[in-house]
Design a binder for this molecule. Structure first.
Ligand SMILES: [Zn+2]
Length: 126
């Protein structure tokens, strides 16, 4: 039996889910890696030159900032996966217009179309 696929559109959802799932895994891996790196820092608790401490604190702060960003990204990707399930993925949250597939490929967790995103940025909403 050959399952007949009705041309275009039918597989979009799967492909998008797949893409998001992969990205989310990558993001989670990256979070794990920053976690491990943080642990390593704590264990190296030998000598404390003031300069070293400052550098450590700096590095740690940067690492935390990266981690926060990654976690936010993971949340957005999870939300995007949910949106696919609910059939609201690729719809701009501001104008309700369709977000072009090209943009979703580059920014799979995009929730706004380009004009709305630009406007939201201008208004400091994102
Ligand atoms: Zn829009």
């Amino acid at each position: 039996m050959t399952p007949s696929r009705n041309g275009s559109g039918g597989d979009d959802g799967d492909e998008r889910t797949e893409r998001l799932r992969r990205l989310r895994e990558e993001t989670r891996d990256a979070i794990d890696r920053t976690d491990l790196a943080a642990d390593g820092d704590e264990r190296g608790d030998g000598h404390h030159h003031p300069a070293e401490v400052a550098t450590d604190a700096d590095a740690r702060e940067r690492q935390l900032a990266v981690q926060v960003k990654l976690k936010e990204r993971e949340e957005r990707l999870a939300a995007a996966e949910k949106a696919i399930e609910e059939g609201t993925y690729g719809v701009c949250v501001d104008c309700g217009g369709e977000i072009p597939e090209g943009r979703l490929k580059v920014v799979p967790d995009a929730v706004r179309c380009v004009p709305c995103q630009t406007e939201a940025k201008r208004l400091g909403r994102v």
